[in-house]
Design a protein around this ligand. Structure first.
Ligand code: SF4
Ligand code: SF4
Length: 710
């Protein structure tokens, strides 16, 4: 048996090499004769494997003859194809001047579609035949939709299909390495490797375990690469942009498919995603010239495209997180997910579907692996931003923010808690341990009052002393997701989206006031109901949960992600700009009374500033800050969460944060921080040299350098 498998593996390797070479040839074939030759050779391969498939369907001497006839028939047809291509070429040549350009292929799309279909047919036939030849034939017929999809799933999930396909993809990328941009090549290679790491390929536990983790890690690396690529490439080739969103949706289906494969033992969705990925991949490589560097789009001005990008990544990660949780925790995770039957009247079915879907999203996004994965991905983007940041204060904050995420979103509620209290329920439901800060992590009983009040006392004190940034750009999990390089650059939508514009500037617009009022009212009502429930005076649940637990899940485990993927419409940092986070609103109230504000060293510099980079760079859309600087030399807004992009963006280094530390310094007579020397433009503003008035602006502009002494 080992010898048979070795021979089959060698045959599969040969087929993969030949197919990859033919695809490379197809990518260069632009005359009727060369295109027909490629199709002819692919048909020959289909004929050979098809003949073998006929034999292995019912191995006998009769079926051997039938297989031979089938192969011969297909080969004969393939010869006709070449003949037609030859005739077309002769016809075109006879009409042209012999010195003119060679004949051209009229139906490039049709040719590309034929190549993809033949490669797919070849792989499917090979998967089925090699599986049978290896002594493990795929059971069941192909009659009826159900058995067809199960049969397809079994073939696609076989190692003969997956490994051969992955080798073909890798070799094709290698053959075309000089014709594809490096970013595209990187994505294609990652796709091939992820295909290789398909958990259903081998029915071996260690492979299933190892491949799930490796494939997830590779996929996260791929998403990070894409986000960073977008950050550094504001103008993306159109064809590649289309490819990115399509393959993200294919990966979303693939992750969902792997989750169903693990939990329901069904690989139909996974198989469909593999076929879709393969078609997408070969569609790109057969016509690589479509990635035309001169045909580009500014992705930051394409909200629908950016929405698809974020949604594709989110859905992929949602199922990836659920897959990892299910793999690691088994029934402990899956049995917590409600599975109400989708039966009964239309209303019941709709309610049950909503109920199941809501809790699947809420429980998965609050789970260890999802948060760890998001932290790894978004945290890497923040680390990239950290590298570019010049302001020491912002660097410290970014470091604290990453540390807080690791500690309060992952380590304390999951790892620490399960190690210290293995016998108790999930640590995510313990107030203060996680970032939920009390209300909502558990029902509001008298016993929880002390912890909740302590949480809010700490929140209030930190916000009073250091501003809202202590919570909204350090402690909370949200800022890690908002502030990585690519996501941060989506703040441009705060000014371009009609919805986000309603929440622009530091004023409390009507929309902002209405949103905040609704959120705070819902918090008060849910807290009262939860308390009355706990004291036995009411029996109220929402979607089967305590009202505050539901509210917390709704706002932070469902709505938060909905608004995250809709950044292109709702703007970046929309929990702050729209005011729909009750924790942020509470922190804001304390911050309003406290020390925190933004100050400038010299008002005259702002008066002469024409670029107002501080306002443009604000991720919360506080576009009115330059006006305040010019009038009073400071800006105080309870919406400001101290991200520091403005301090970083001011080309004159004219801004700084003011908080309790400055107040203490002044009170203790230690003295203010040294004021930097002024730039030439700034000097001119106060009556000095007027020769240099050019203003550096935008990302990448060289920062002005100040001498170290005041
Ligand atoms: S507003 Fe709320 S969700 Fe947003 S960063 Fe602040 S605490 Fe976090
Ligand atoms: S960019 Fe700098 S100089 Fe210009 S308005 Fe803002 S703080 Fe003032």
């Amino acid at each position: 048996m080992l010898a048979t498998e070795l021979i089959l593996a060698l045959l599969a390797a040969g087929m993969a090499g030949a197919t990859a070479y033919l695809i490379r040839w197809a990518s260069e074939a632009r005359t009727p004769l060369t295109a027909s030759t490629v199709v002819f050779l692919l048909l020959m391969m289909v004929a050979m494997v098809g003949g073998a498939a006929v034999y292995y369907a019912h191995p006998s001497s009769a079926s051997l003859v039938e297989g031979f006839w089938v192969a011969s028939a297909v080969m004969s047809v393939s010869v006709v194809q070449v003949f037609l291509g030859f005739l077309e070429e002769v016809r075109q040549r006879s009409r042209r001047d012999p010195a003119a350009a060679p004949p051209v292929l009229a139906h490039v799309r049709g040719f590309a579609a034929s190549v993809i279909l033949l490669v797919l047919a070849n792989e499917l036939l090979m998967g089925w035949t090699f599986q049978a030849a290896a002594g493990a034939p795929i059971a069941g017929g192909f009659s009826g939709l159900g058995s067809f999809s199960n049969g397809l799933a079994a073939i696609v999930s076989s190692p003969w299909f997956l490994y051969t396909m992955s080798a073909e993809m890798l070799l094709t990328a290698f053959f075309l390495r000089h014709r594809l941009p490096r970013a595209v090549l990187f994505v294609l290679v990652c796709q091939a490797l992820i295909m290789f790491l398909s958990p259903p390929a081998l029915p071996v536990q260690s492979w299933a375990d190892g491949s799930v983790y490796l494939a997830s890690g590779l996929m996260i690396a791929l998403f990070v690469f894409l986000m960073e690529y977008l950050y550094r490439t504001p103008l993306v080739p159109n064809a590649f942009a289309r490819y990115i969103v399509r393959f993200l949706w294919v990966y979303a289906l693939m992750m969902a498919g792997l989750y169903f494969w693990l939990v329901n033992a069904s690989s139909v969705a996974f198989a469909l995603s593999v076929v879709a990925e393969m078609a997408l991949f070969f569609e790109l490589v057969v016509r690589p010239e479509r990635i035309d560097p001169s045909d580009r789009m500014a992705w930051q001005s394409r909200p629908h495209w950016t929405f698809q990008l974020l949604a594709g990544i989110f859905v992929s990660e949602l199922f990836m997180g659920a897959l990892l949780d299910a793999r690691l925790y088994g029934a402990v995770f899956t049995s917590a997910l409600p599975a109400l039957p989708l039966a009964g009247g239309a209303g019941t079915v709709a309610y049950h579907a909503f109920y199941n879907g809501f809790w699947f999203v809420a429980l998965t996004t609050a789970s260890t692996w999802f948060l760890a994965m998001m932290g790894l991905e978004m945290g890497t983007l923040v680390a990239f931003k950290f590298r570019e940041t010049r302001s020491r204060e912002t660097k410290v904050r970014l470091g604290l923010m990453m540390g807080c995420y690791a500690a309060f979103a992952v380590f304390f509620p999951s790892l620490y808690y399960s190690i210290v209290f293995p016998q108790l329920a999930s640590g995510a439901s313990v107030p203060v341990l996680g970032w939920s800060m009390g209300i909502g992590s558990a029902p509001l009983a008298i016993g929880a009052f002390g912890v909740v009040l302590t949480s809010y006392a700490i929140t209030g004190a930190a916000s009073f002393l250091f501003g809202r940034r202590a919570i909204c750009s350090t402690f909370c999990t949200a800022p890690l997701m908002f502030q990585g390089t690519a996501i941060d650059s989506m703040k441009s939508f705060n000014r371009s989206s009609p919805l986000a514009r309603k929440y622009l500037s530091s004023r409390f617009s009507r929309a902002y006031t209405a949103t905040t009022a609704a959120v705070m009212t819902s918090l008060v009502l849910a807290s009262v109901a939860s308390y009355l429930d706990q004291t036995g005076r009411l029996r109220l649940t929402v979607l089967g949960a305590d009202p505050t637990v539901f509210l917390f899940s709704f706002y932070f485990s469902v709505l938060w992600y909905v608004l995250f993927v809709t950044i292109p419409y709702a703007g970046n940092y929309n929990c702050v700009t729209m005011g729909w986070c009750y924790t942020g609103t509470i922190s804001q109230a304390f911050g309003r009374l406290g020390f925190f504000r933004l100050k400038v060293y010299d008002r005259d510099v702002c008066r002469r500033c024409t670029t107002v980079d501080c306002a443009k760079s604000c991720p919360v859309g506080l576009v009115d800050m330059p006006g305040h600087f010019r009038q009073t030399g400071e800006f105080r807004s309870s919406k400001c969460c101290g991200v520091g992009d403005c301090v970083e963006a001011c080309p004159y280094g004219n801004m700084y944060f003011y908080d309790v530390r400055h107040w203490l310094r002044a009170g203790l007579g230690i003295g203010e921080r040294p004021r930097p020397n002024l730039l030439p433009m700034a000097r001119s503003a106060v009556g000095g040299d007027r020769r240099s008035e050019s203003v550096p602006s935008g990302r990448g502009a060289s920062p002005p350098s100040f001498p170290s002494s005041p």
